[in-house]
Design a protein around this ligand. Sequence first.
Ligand SMILES: Cc1cc2nc3c(=O)[nH]c(=O)nc-3n(C[C@H](O)[C@H](O)[C@H](O)COP(=O)(O)OP(=O)(O)OC[C@H]3O[C@@H](n4cnc5c(N)ncnc54)[C@H](O)[C@@H]3O)c2cc1C
Length: 483
Amino acid sequence: MARASVVIVGAGISGLSAAWELSSTSPGPDEIVPRIEIIEAADHVGGALVTTQFAGRTIDLGADGFLSRRPEVVQLARELGVEHELEAIDASGAWIFLRGALNELPAGLVLGVPTSARAFDGVKGLSASARRHLRRDAWFPKRLHVGDDASIGEIVRTKFGREVSYQFIEPMIGGIQAGRIDELSARSVFPALLEAAKNGGSLMKALRSTSPINPEPAHEHETTTPMFSTLRDGVGSLPTTLARELKARGVVIRTGVSVSALRRTPSGNYPWEIDTSDTTTPADVVIMATPANVTGRLLGAHDDALRALEDVPLASAAMVTFSMAQDQITLPPRGTGVLVPLGTTWSGDGSMMVTAITFLDRKWPHLSEPGRVLLRAHVGRSDDERATALSDSDLIERVTKELGVLLGNFGLTRASLVQRWPSSLPQYRVGHELLVERARRAASSLHVALAGMAYDGIGIPASVGSGRRAARETAAMLDHTTR
Ligand SMILES: Cc1cc2nc3c(=O)[nH]c(=O)nc-3n(C[C@H](O)[C@H](O)[C@H](O)COP(=O)(O)OP(=O)(O)OC[C@H]3O[C@@H](n4cnc5c(N)ncnc54)[C@H](O)[C@@H]3O)c2cc1C
């Protein structure tokens, strides 16, 4: 019997995790381990996880940390033997720019959604009417009729009013997704919010007991688990380690080669042939770990449910990282960064482009150096592509001016670096879960598994989980393969 063959398209963390899971399963006595080949268009593995040298330090250019209260990445690090390289976040809390000043975020937020009206008493940047809305949810909650899905905006606007929703909740939730609360699906992005809205009553009270990120540890050992972590050499070191270990297991990894077509070959030995510009690889099962639009383009001809993946909107983001002397900048006394509500006006052209600032060396102490500050400004949203039109130097100039307003003092920088992430963040709009369910069903009938940040959530843990899930689906498909 010919050896089974699996091709994984895309060597981001989801594709690599799929290969890891698939190559971890020990074969039965009469079984032969499948041949696994990963094909990656970029000249490096990791996709959105990549590091570089900047101002004498190794920093991440994309994702820089992960939610370690979720088990996926910690478990993977353990399996790879790099658990000792995990670094816990060293700061907590953050600030929000409201009415021209920094306000400290109150405690008890669940993904930016308040769980106590009283906690907001100290937030000076919110109007008295916004505070009244919060108290009303506690005492006389508004009724809301929601079906199987609703936008996060619809829920929080009804319950808390526009000011709290757009000035407070959107910068938090929208910041993770680079999207707008009026478009993001509650069912996909924040299922606990949808459930709470369906059940009626006070949203704040309901969320106090059901947090999606579980701030109340269920087990005693979790009290010592940090909320966020990174790796000493950056989360970008994770795919590099994974690729090295996969090669040691015999997995073939080809970088700098783009998959140009997938062809069905029902009369051949293998049901699929995967083309690059100069090779064709046969496969029993294909794992598509590419961005949704690429998967939709490559597989759309086979099924409309797969073609629909091309329509998942993608937001672009850019990040500008600065290194500077400590006496050139004034930072708030504590916290990991600052959020900036969309549409924040200032003396410059249009609304602000900066959506958030991250104090990198406060978050990750291994990056700190005496007398120096390392910080990063984030720009770009699903409907804000202004950064795309600016050259790197114009973007740095613009961001520098905005940081001066946001922080009050932002002087001479020693080094700056622009990293762009064009069309990189999938938008989970209302109805997304259904779209994914249909696409998965169609893919499965073709012996294709889907993995990546467009399906099971944005974030490294979700992407690792997504890759492992695709591998388990693949193993089940291989079990039913007769050649
Ligand atoms: C700017 C940014 C910041 C983020 N910050 C965080 C964070 O701080 N914490 C966190 O947990 N998560 C963060 N995320 C999310 C996290 O990075 C993702 O969930 C995760 O990296 C997605 O991995 P993936 O494998 O699904 O996709 P990707 O990393 O996008 O990998 C897809 C791969 O497919 C390849 N590919 C595309 N087309 C082809 C083709 N035709 N042939 C072959 N290969 C192809 C691409 O080159 C790419 O390598 C961030 C994401 C972005 C974009």
